[in-house]
Design a protein around this ligand. Structure first.
Ligand code: FAD
Length: 523
């Protein structure tokens, strides 16, 4: 029996008469016309496109639905950096034969007191065992050595956090601040470095970040190998430089992209246990498999409107998750001002928001030869900024950035472009892990992808979204029993000394778990 539960609930006859339906596609195989299996992908960021890429290559009839006015991550929300360990994305870019990135770039971190840290290009320096290269080559301008050394005990937590379900459950219950406190970090190290880093890495203050997410991110993008913090930037918007050429290549292979398609419901076939159609207002799209590749707040909206999704525990749990507001602002000045580093992160201890700012003359081709400075600043956890009028925002932003860019006071802002993105990034708050979705769902043909989905790959942000997109594609292949699995490049192995410490730690944990009363006390 087909239960089509959405707003409104449509009968088959109604749909056949009035709805736009995807055409049945045929594939000519060994002299027979074989019907191509239909995969509907909701969302066209890295996750959705990753899945579409592989499934299109495998000969499926893929339709990508996006709720926005264009494809790709919403409105090209920000300047996007690509860190050294983004191996799958770099591999894709090579495969596409495009050249979207700057060279490896140095970056700087500011606290409320001024320039704290300059990160060199680590791969150009002699390689040392982790984390010694990171500690030795990073240039600290204010932090005394003794404060830096208080970071060393944290290695024990890094070793203990091996990205398993057990590790996530253990560390997700405490905040990052609590973690730094437990492991003896100095106040100065926390205020000057760890706090600001998390505020721009996980987009919220450390006392609101899960310790598990913090350890996962810090290990992946800074500590695992000396060169991991090296970064390149997109030389224009992500959409222009990567997503559009990528989508063009998929279109030539038959992948269909439909924008302005807000998902409003699903049709559930009780006999097969499958979602048989995805509903977008008056249109329906038949599906042999569905991949949901949208952010948390979008999914929450879809769940609230879908009686079908509301029947499942794992979707209801998503309603407990939270997301973070982002504000972006592009400023064109009347003159050139000196911005020492192309990319910068900053956060004051009492600020609830974190900020990254970029000298677009150094990053974007479009502004390379401009005779005036063009800056972009992104504010995360920007709840306090979003409701302000544009003029108020500009005044605040200029005052804020003037603390870090000395010449800014002498310049006049000629033009601004402000983007407000409420609920646009996952808030990895303590206790959130238990509500996060896995790649598979209790609907046999529905799979999840995105930077907030639980995966054991170990990557973060865009790379994680792309990887979970490929993983979702592989789940579809497994379910439909057609096609070959995508090759997913694993994260680089732990260095031998970290692997040895992890193995020792696992054995100790094993022994500890056998002691009497080991599970009696709160962990
Ligand atoms: C300000 C900011 C800066 C960042 N900087 C970096 C960085 O430097 N490096 C990095 O690696 N990561 C960065 N990230 C994180 C990175 O942007 C995300 O990890 C990545 O975009 C997630 O991709 P995704 O495909 O999972 O989701 P998204 O990119 O959010 O894609 C979701 C898609 O769903 C679509 N959609 C929305 N509503 C609907 C609907 N109702 N129906 C259908 N489709 C819908 C959207 O239009 C979008 O295409 C940053 C994030 C933010 C917010």
């Amino acid at each position: 029996m087909l239960g089509c539960c959405s707003l409104p609930c449509l009968s088959h006859r109604y749909r056949n008469n009035f709805c736009c339906k995807a055409q049945t596609s045929q594939n000519y195989v060994n002299g027979d016309h074989k019907k191509k299996k239909k995969v509907v992908i909701v969302g066209s960021g890295w996750a959705g496109l990753g899945a579409a890429h592989h499934l299109t290559n495998q000969g499926f009839d893929v339709t990508v639905l996006d709720g926005g006015n264009g494809f790709g991550n919403p409105d090209d929300i920000s300047i996007q950096g690509f860190w050294y360990p983004y191996r799958n994305i770099f591999n894709l870019v090579n495969e596409l034969g495009i050249n979207p990135f700057t060279n490896w770039t140095k970056s700087a971190l500011y606290s409320e007191e001024g320039l704290e840290v300059e990160f060199p290009i680590f791969q150009d320096l002699p390689q040392l065992p982790s984390p010694f290269g990171t500690l030795l080559y990073t240039q600290f301008f204010r932090l005394p050595l003794v404060d830096r050394l208080t970071s060393l005990p944290l290695i024990a937590a890094v070793v203990n956090f091996d990205n398993t379900d057990t590790a996530w459950k253990k560390y997700d219950s405490i905040t990052a601040r609590e973690l730094f406190k437990q492991f003896g970090s100095s106040e100065r190290l926390y205020r000057g470095v760890f706090g600001p880093l998390l505020q721009v890495g996980l987009f919220s203050p450390a006392e609101q970040c899960s310790a598990a997410a913090s350890l996962g991110l810090i290990y992946y993008s800074i500590l695992a190998h000396q060169k991991d913090f090296d970064v390149v930037w997109c030389r224009g918007t992500l959409r222009e430089k990567i997503l559009e050429p990528w989508m063009d290549s998929m279109k030539t292979k038959g992948c269909e992209f439909l924008d302005r398609r807000m998902v409003t419901g699903f049709c559930f076939d009780e006999e097969t246990g499958c979602i048989s159609e995805v509903v977008c207002g008056g249109e329906t799209y038949e599906s042999d498999a569905v991949i949901m590749a949208v952010g948390i707040s979008t999914l929450q909206e879809i769940i609230r409107n879908s009686a079908v999704l509301c029947t499942r525990e794992e979707f209801l749990k998503v309603l407990n998750l939270a997301s973070i507001d982002v504000l972006t602002i592009k400023l064109r000045l009347d003159r050139k001002v000196n911005v020492p580093h192309a990319s910068n992160a900053c956060s004051g201890y009492d600020d609830s928001f974190g900020c990254t700012f970029f000298d677009l003359n150094q990053i974007h081709d479009e502004h390379k030869d401009d005779t005036v400075t063009v800056l972009q600043a992104d504010f995360y956890h920007a709840n306090e900024l979003l409701p302000l009028k544009d003029e108020q925002i500009v005044v605040k932003v200029v005052a804020y950035l003037s603390k870090y860019i000395k010449d800014l006071d002498s310049a006049t802002v000629m033009d601004t472009k402000i983007g407000r993105f409420p609920n646009s990034f996952t808030h990895f708050f303590p206790g959130s892990y238990k509500y996060m979705m896995r790649g598979s769902t209790s609907f046999v043909n529905v799979f999840m992808a995105g930077d907030w989905i639980v995966t054991r790959h170990g990557s973060w942000s865009q790379e994680k979204s792309y990887v979970t997109g490929l993983e979702a594609g592989n789940r579809v292949i497994d379910f439909l029993e057609e096609g070959s699995f995508a090759k997913i490049i694993p994260v680089e192995e732990d260095e031998p000394h970290i692997e040895a410490l992890r193995s020792l730690n696992r054995n100790l944990n094993e022994l500890r778990s056998q002691l009497p009363l080991s599970s009696y006390f709160l962990q």
